[in-house]
Design a protein around this ligand. Structure first.
Ligand SMILES: [Zn+2]
Length: 264
């Protein structure tokens, strides 16, 4: 994945609304959060922007190319799955977030049809070999400005790797969560934090730094690069947005835990 970011200064205009004594609603430009302090739950709604990147290449025998609507639903599912930390995944992956007010279960919903949206991604179905000219890889998923796209690598997984539609879809959902994650990191962190995959990749050519490995057990940070000596399924099963990055979304929406009145 080529993942350089077009992050820029985004004016933060938080709004607060007290729904009841224990439930507070707060928002950032393309993210809202609803906090219930009694049940210790937070529901975050993000609004990613997606456009139809079309289908590239000739039909693959026996494979039904995905429509834009199908890709959009998969991207939504990927963002929701990998950014949620509600303790529902096996192996302690995605445990609730620790705060000054205790552990909060965080659920992320992606609304793919509402404004205002985060800077968009074209969703593309790729039915041919990935094109590469040195560092120029026009068919790679990227969060770089107007090139931003998330690619469903059907040819790569089915024809080149001889895997199933499950692998194509799983890789796409994971990539969607990662690329959208650059919008989050770009908004709350600095450019280097997002471009350099939190210190695990080169900022410019986006290659994994030498010696960086994913942990052998437990969580794998969705936004970090690394070498992994495990299966793809194990990688997807253990990938999740890190607690610090989910807290980053909460910071964007100006959720506070350590004051009595969040709504003033
Ligand atoms: Zn990336």
């Amino acid at each position: 994945m080529l993942c350089s970011d077009s992050s820029r200064i985004i004016p933060v205009l938080p709004t607060y609304q007290a729904i009841s004594l224990s439930v507070i609603s707060v928002s950032f430009r393309w993210a809202d959060a609803r906090i219930d302090r009694n049940s210790k739950t937070i529901e975050i709604t993000v609004r990613p922007g997606f456009t139809d990147g079309g289908t590239v290449g000739d039909p693959i025998p026996g494979y039904a190319a995905k429509t834009f609507e199908e890709l959009k639903q998969m991207a939504k599912r990927g963002i929701e799955h990998y950014w949620t930390r509600d303790g529902s995944r096996p192996g302690g992956v995605g445990a609730p977030v620790d705060t000054a007010k205790g552990a909060f279960s965080v659920t992320v919903k992606a609304d793919v049809n509402a404004e205002p949206m985060a800077d968009g991604f074209a969703l593309k179905e790729l039915l041919q070999k990935r094109r590469e000219w040195g560092f120029i890889r026009p068919d790679d998923s990227t969060s770089a400005g107007t090139l931003s796209q998330i690619v469903h690598m059907a040819h790569f997984w089915i024809v080149e790797r001889r895997q199933t539609v499950f692998e194509v879809d799983a890789a796409f959902e994971h990539t969607a969560a990662h690329e959208f994650g650059h919008r989050i990191l770009g908004a709350y962190g600095n450019r280097d934090y997002s471009w350099g995959h939190k210190g695990t990749s080169d900022k410019y050519i986006q290659k994994t730094k030498k010696g960086i490995q994913h942990p052998a057990i437990g969580e794998i940070d969705l936004m970090k690069y690394g070498i992994l000596s495990a299966s793809n399924r194990d990688y997807w099963n253990r990938s999740v947005a890190a607690e610090e990055d989910v807290k980053g979304v909460l910071w964007l929406t100006r959720v506070k835990f350590n004051t009595e009145k969040e709504n003033d």
